[in-house]
Each structure stands twice: as structure tokens, then as C-alpha cells.
Design a protein around this ligand. Structure first.
Ligand code: DGY
Length: 370
């Protein structure tokens, strides 16, 4: 008679299962019980899918949750849609998906979770990659990361605005390739931000933060957006709400920082560009899809004095042969608005906290009201 006692506390802290087999059949019976236990445990446990590599110190928060299994795409590359479906379908279906802005969460993903999905937590403030109708219909809660990225993104917008207006990348490259000869009175001249008329499309948290920075440049700032004038802000920041037509036609700089919604998709089109000044500096740090990119290519060709700075494109990444990458009139950044160490760490932590809170049916640090 053989007595086998196996402690499985390596599966989760503080959780011990003793598998007792009293059998003369020896190890094969024990292995049968062990495998059966594992299968049972996995189906009963809460499965959390993480679609991108995150700091392991943060992942331990997920593993510290009782009876929780992590299905992890441990890579800096985006997960393929098939791999995401596979992870979501493991062990009876995922209860939580922790994703990034490049992971579309749609009907197929929700179905792959086999009715278990409780929360999608995205490591971004924008959530246009989530099918919110499908999530609402399936009672899935959504978390995002507002607030923690406001300053980092506003800083980047300022940097991109100055880079574009003052031709920084073009000038730095000229120095590298030997185009820098003697100091020349009108070489590499750009446009001055100080005192300029700046129009902001979408005065949310980040827009407001951009305005605060621009006040240091003594800019005259107007804004447009469907929520209309924000009187208190206008009083404290000296801003003015105008119609989009007025903003386009009067601004030296146009900065787009609104959310991507069905109403804003393709909103800045050829007609909008045609209303802008010939030498406007156009900045987009919202989502690529807000701008008709074909129209932008066309208008830049027609107006050699116009410049554009884009932190977002459609698609992302932009194909290497895309005309916007080969013109000096345009500066393209790889969506780095929030890319500071401290900001991304806070975003990652908030994303995990959102998911864990929802799994326990508690209040999430930041929940999107669907
Ligand atoms: C967001 O969070 O939506 C930004 O675009 C990425 O930082």
C-alpha cells in the first residue's frame, strides 16, 4: 500500500491541496489524480490575460490574487488576433483582459472568453480599440488610465510643436550629413511659437495642460469642441471657445488632441485643411483616424509652407514608404505621447489595479462609463 501526499502550494500562495492516493497501482494513479486536480483547478480559477510584456513586479499583483491564473503574452510585440483568441479561451475562458491600445477587443474576443469576461482594462486613456457596444451588452466593465499621462503627453505635444515649427529634425539631420556650411541668415528658418495664435481641437485634460504650457509662450489660445465654451477655464486660462471654422482660419498652430469617436473620425479633412492658413503648423496627438491622412498628404504638397507634426497615424506603424515619412514638411513620431518611465509605470499599475478591482466587484481606480 502506497501513501502519496503532495503539497501543491506552489500553485498559489497559502493554498495547499493534499492529494492522497491509497493505491497499490503506484505512481500512475497518483499522476492521474494530480492531472485531474490540475484540470479542475484551472477551470475553477480566475483566468487573467495580459497581452503585452509588463514589469514582473506588477504582474505579481495578479499572481497574489487567490486562485488566479495568468495567461501572458510575454513579448514587446503586439499579440496576433488568433493568439489573443487562444489565450482568452484557455482554462474555461478569461475573466479579465489587460490590453494595450493596439489590441482590438471585439465580439470574437468576448466570445472566446466563454461568458466569463468581467473586465477589459486598457493601458491607455483612449479606448477606441474596444468595441464598447459589445462590452456593454455583455456586462463587461472597462478600465482606462486617465490623469496619469496628462503631463507627459502635454510635454510631448509642446516638444513636437516646437520640433515641427523650428524644423529640429531636419536641421539636426542636415548637421549630420554635411549640409551645415557657414552660418546663413535665412537657412532653416521656421515659425515662432512665442505670441502665436494657437487653436486646440478638444480641450480635455491634456488640452488644458497644453494650454497651461502655452501661456508661458504668451500665445493667444482658442479652442473648439462639441462641449462648447468652458467659462471657468476661459476666465482662469484666458482661452476662448470658437467654431471649428473660425479656429481653422485664424490659427497659426492647430493642435488636435480630442478623443476618437464616431463623430471625430475623419473630422479633419481636406475641407478643414483648406480653411487653415497656408503656413499653418498642424499637430495631431489624438488618434490618426481623426485626420483624413490622404487629405493631409495632398495639402502638404499643395502648400510648401505648411508643416505637420504627428504623434499618431493611421495605421500605426506607418508603412516605411508612406509619403508623410519622406517629406521634410512632416515630423512623424511613433506614438510616444505618454512615453516617460514614470508615466508608463503608473499606467501599467493603474491598468492592473483596474482589472483586479473589477474582478472583486469593487470600485475601479478609473472606470469608463459605457
Ligand atoms: C493613450 O493613452 O490613449 C495614449 O494615446 C497613449 O499613451
Amino acid at each position: 500500500m502506497l501513501l502519496v501526499i503532495v503539497s501543491l502550494d506552489f500553485i498559489e500562495q497559502g493554498f495547499q491541496i493534499f492529494c492522497v492516493s491509497v493505491s497499490s497501482a503506484g505512481s500512475s494513479t497518483f499522476f492521474f489524480y494530480r492531472e485531474a486536480f490540475f484540470a479542475f483547478y484551472r477551470v475553477m480559477a480566475t483566468s487573467v490575460v495580459v497581452t503585452r510584456r509588463l514589469p514582473s513586479a506588477l504582474l505579481t499583483k495578479i499572481l497574489a490574487r487567490p486562485s488566479t491564473i495568468l495567461h501572458y503574452h510575454d513579448s514587446n510585440d503586439a499579440i496576433s488576433s488568433q493568439a489573443l483568441l487562444d489565450l482568452c479561451g484557455k482554462d474555461g475562458g478569461a475573466s479579465a483582459i489587460i490590453c494595450t491600445l493596439s489590441d482590438p477587443i471585439n465580439q470574437a474576443v468576448v466570445q472566446a472568453c466563454m461568458g466569463k469576461l468581467k473586465v477589459v482594462s486598457t493601458m491607455s486613456v483612449g479606448y477606441s480599440h474596444l468595441d464598447t457596444n459589445v462590452l456593454r451588452e455583455n456586462n463587461v466593465r472597462v478600465g482606462n488610465t486617465p490623469g496619469v499621462l496628462t503631463n507627459a503627453t502635454a510635454d510631448l505635444v509642446l516638444a513636437l510643436t516646437l520640433t515641427t515649427a523650428r524644423r529640429i529634425t531636419e536641421a539636426a539631420n542636415a548637421a549630420k550629413v554635411g549640409e551645415w556650411k557657414a552660418w546663413e541668415p535665412f537657412w532653416m528658418t521656421g515659425k515662432e511659437l512665442y505670441g502665436a495664435k494657437v487653436g486646440i481641437v478638444g480641450l480635455g485634460r491634456i488640452g488644458e495642460s497644453i494650454v497651461k504650457r502655452l501661456r508661458g509662450f504668451e500665445c493667444v489660445i482658442s479652442y473648439t469642441g462639441k462641449s462648447g465654451p468652458k467659462e471657468e477655464l476661459d476666465r482662469s486660462l484666458g482661452t476662448k471657445w470658437v467654431t471649428s471654422d473660425e479656429l481653422y482660419s485664424t490659427s497659426d498652430f492647430v493642435i488636435v488632441i480630442c478623443a476618437l469617436t464616431p463623430e471625430t473620425r475623419g473630422m479633419v479633412n481636406y475641407e478643414s485643411f483648406s480653411k487653415m492658413k497656408h503656413d499653418v503648423v498642424f499637430i495631431n496627438a489624438s488618434r490618426g483616424e481623426v485626420v483624413d491622412q490622404g487629405a493631409l498628404v495632398r495639402i502638404l504638397k499643395e502648400r510648401p509652407q505648411m508643416r505637420a507634426g504627428l504623434d499618431v497615424t493611421d495605421p500605426e506603424p506607418l508603412p516605411l514608404d508612406h509619403p508623410l515619412l519622406s517629406t521634410n514638411q512632416c515630423v512623424v513620431l511613433p506614438h510616444i505621447g505618454s512615453a516617460t518611465d514614470s508615466c508608463r509605470s503608473q499606467m501599467a499599475e493603474m491598468t492592473i489595479d483596474n482589472a483586479l478591482a473589477a474582478l472583486d466587484d469593487g470600485p475601479m481606480p478609473a472606470e469608463v462609463k459605457l
